[in-house]
Write a protein of this length. Structure first.
Length: 270
């Protein structure tokens, strides 16, 4: 599987294009989970894992270890991989004895046929080479294993999100960096997965009324990758648009700021 160490640092140090600096986001990242907007995602992940009855599971893009904690009572051997050192430090604080590694998604340093399940949640848009990640995951899976990718797909156009409405640059950014569901499915088929399934596994749904929108963790300057990739001028302009919407609506009928986003699961089986 690996060498004897339980914590490794394996990073491609060739020049890489700019990316979201999750070392800066790490201190406040877990605030997004407090409102319960990800409950659907938690249920979908557990519902997927339980019938698989896996012995070894790897999460790629594990961040602060939130989803690893969700599975800890279901899986005896859980591994997490992430590029951000500070996000991994948060994960290690939750589970000092966990098997956590620093590496890029395309260079997971494991032996072939190590895992029963590999999954990622809200992370694939950060992977530089989706085809290489999917092909590498196929190599790491045991016969009968599966790769599950959970996340939003801004390409299908059926979602609503106040972030896109008031910070229009974020939609353009997301369309450029998120692989479409079709692209992910094609990558799985090219990698040799025997079957590929795509379905809506739940929804990210939340709403805040009037001034309460400013308490939204994902609306903060570095609350999510969409905000972190904006310039200061773009971010300030979006905040002003929100303030104007609240002011123009008046106190009798304050505006409601909503998120209603399909969380899509794509699963390839070996």
């Amino acid at each position: 599987m690996l060498t004897g160490h339980r914590s490794l640092d394996v990073v491609d140090r060739k020049s890489m294009p700019p990316r979201v600096n999750y070392d800066h986001i790490a201190p406040s990242y877990d605030a997004r989970y407090a409102p319960g907007a990800y409950d659907d995602m938690q249920e979908a992940l557990r519902a997927f894992i339980m019938p698989e009855n896996p012995e070894r599971v790897l999460e790629v893009g594990c961040g602060t270890g939130h989803w690893l904690d969700v599975l800890r009572d279901l899986v005896p051997n859980i591994f997490g991989l992430d590029y951000s050192l500070e996000m991994l430090n948060k994960a290690r604080a939750k589970d000092p004895h966990g098997c956590l590694l620093r590496a890029t998604a395309e260079l997971a340093p494991f032996r072939d046929r190590t895992f029963d399940v590999i999954f990622c949640i809200n992370a694939i848009h950060h992977f530089e080479r989706v085809d290489e990640f999917v092909a590498g995951a196929r190599r790491l899976l045991r016969p009968g294993g599966s790769l599950a990718i959970f996340g939003m797909d801004p390409h299908h156009g059926g979602d609503s999100w106040c972030v896109y409405d008031f910070f229009p640059e974020t939609r353009t950014i997301d369309l450029a960096r998120y692989p479409s569901s079709g692209k992910i499915a094609d990558a799985m088929l090219r990698a040799g997965f025997d079957s590929v399934e795509c379905r809506v596994s739940g929804r990210f749904a939340a709403s805040r009324v009037g001034q309460a929108v400013f308490d939204d963790p994902e609306l903060q300057r570095r609350g999510c990758s969409q905000m972190a990739l904006l310039t200061d001028v773009q971010y300030a302009a979006g905040i002003q648009r929100i303030k104007s919407a609240i002011r123009n609506a008046g106190s009798d009928e304050p505006p409601v700021f909503k998120a209603d986003i399909a969380m899509i699961m794509q699963c390839g089986r070996v």
